[in-house]
Design a protein around this ligand. Structure first.
Ligand code: NI
Length: 436
């Protein structure tokens, strides 16, 4: 029998997460900037949600062999007894018990990404959570071993800390959001959205009941002609070597400078803007349209749309549509969800509002590196015909990098076009990452 310590699990989960290519972190939150002060979190006593019956997942046994269809999870778990703490949409959460103790692991089974419980919370959040548990009398010390080894969510989005003796403490959903890592948001989003587990059902053991969502399949909406979102043009990307550079989270203080840079090079871009910022710089937004760029929707104030209900998503979109239209005269038909994150509810609202979902396939990580050389290197090494490259024009380093990047791309024969030009017709509610 293999015995692994919890520390080993955690370390390996972190290593796996760090090596993952899943890009859910493309956008810096305007409200998420660092504040080193540790504030307490509101923790109250609660009841742990019911475990998921393994038979409902087609599992015949409750040990690690049941994880065979989920290799990354099985690799981390080693030999252990398995209880299912969450199985919703693509997310599977299991509590593994062995002689070494118990620990909860989660997987996004679509991407095969795995997180330990502690990985669901950002580093600062772990400190705040641990301190608050001590203050509440739930733990003797903030570095008690295994203190955050069993974190779960309930359907309301509350964060639950299950202690070794089974007692449970709750952080309300409204406060939990700021503690969560990208992985935490993925897991909470799935649990909160609910719905049947859909992960890797194709790999379920033969004869096992297939757990598939019996959801209503709506016919796809009709494709929408391009041209209403600005950035029109007669560039033929079936002939030219096109790619699209895109800028998120503005408009900001450096956007005008960027427009100058683009104009000097006759390069077109697409701006995914926050509605809450548009009203402060209407002339900049109008200038984008006047100069042939595409204006697009990046929500009102950058929430993870998966945490909102349909009405909330609709409001985030329509308020921003109205703001961009008021400033520029153009109502966008493209949007980019904050963090690139969507779920079925979000996609349904976007389909209703006529918005196609534009993610990216080249991430410069400019919001993280804030470095001209690194942003440039990532943009140029990722560039290819049909690419959609992600930048954020709220960072001066990005705007400083723009002239060199554009010059290099143009010297390599690329034509820089809007996303609308690159993709041609788009279908509302459908996700695009590139022009294939
Ligand atoms: Ni963003």
């Amino acid at each position: 029998m293999t015995v692994r310590t919890r520390r080993t699990w955690l370390t390996r989960a972190l290593a796996l997460a760090a090596g993952s290519a899943l890009l859910l972190v493309g956008c810096s939150s305007p409200s998420g900037s660092g504040d080193d002060e540790v504030e307490p979190v509101d923790v109250t006593s609660a009841t742990a949600p019911a475990l998921v019956d393994p038979a409902s997942l087609g599992w015949e046994s409750a040990d690690a062999s049941a994880l065979a269809a989920y290799p990354a999870l099985a690799e981390l778990a080693g030999d252990c007894g398995v209880e299912v703490v969450a199985a919703a949409r693509q997310v599977l959460g299991v509590r593994c018990s062995s002689d070494a103790g118990a620990s909860v692991l989660y997987s996004d089974t679509t991407s095969d990404q795995v997180w330990s419980a502690a990985d669901l919370v950002v580093e600062d959040g772990r400190t705040r959570l641990a301190d608050s548990l001590v203050a509440a009398g739930a733990a003797a010390s903030a570095d008690a071993p295994g203190l955050l080894d069993d974190l779960r969510f309930d359907a309301a989005g509350n964060l639950l800390v299950v202690m070794g003796d089974g007692t449970t403490w709750q952080v309300p959903a409204t406060e939990a959001g700021e503690l969560l890592s990208d992985g935490g948001r993925v897991v909470r989003g799935a649990v909160r959205a609910g719905g049947d587990f859909t992960g890797s059902s194709a790999q379920a053991p033969a004869g096992a009941p297939v757990v598939a969502a019996a959801s209503l399949q709506l016919p796809p909406p009709a494709a929408k002609p391009r041209g209403t979102g600005g950035g029109g043009g007669d560039v033929d990307c079936s002939v030219l070597k096109c790619l699209a550079i895109t800028f998120d989270d503005g408009p900001g203080p450096y956007t005008e400078k960027l427009l100058d840079i683009l104009a000097a090079r006759d390069a077109k871009a697409t701006f995914f803007m926050l509605g809450s910022l548009v009203g402060g710089r209407p002339d900049t937004v109008k200038r984008m349209v006047d100069e042939g760029h595409e204006v697009a929707n990046h929500s009102w104030n950058h929430p993870d749309l998966r945490t909102l209900d349909a009405a909330g998503v609709a409001s985030q979109m329509s308020r921003t549509q109205d703001a961009i239209e008021a400033a520029s005269g153009v109502r966008p038909d493209l949007m980019r969800p904050p963090y690139g994150a969507t779920n079925d509810t979000v996609l349904s609202v976007l389909r209703d509002q006529g918005l196609a979902v534009i993610n990216w396939d080249v991430d410069t990580e400019d919001w993280k590196n804030r470095n001209v050389a690194e942003t440039t290197s990532r943009a140029l090494s990722g560039a290819h015909q049909g690419a959609i490259i992600l930048f954020h024009d709220i960072h001066p380093s990005t705007v400083d990098a723009a002239p060199g990047i554009i010059d290099a791309l143009q010297s390599q024969g690329y034509t820089l076009v809007t996303v609308g030009n690159l993709l041609g017709e788009t279908t509302p509610g459908t996700k695009y990452f590139s022009a294939k």
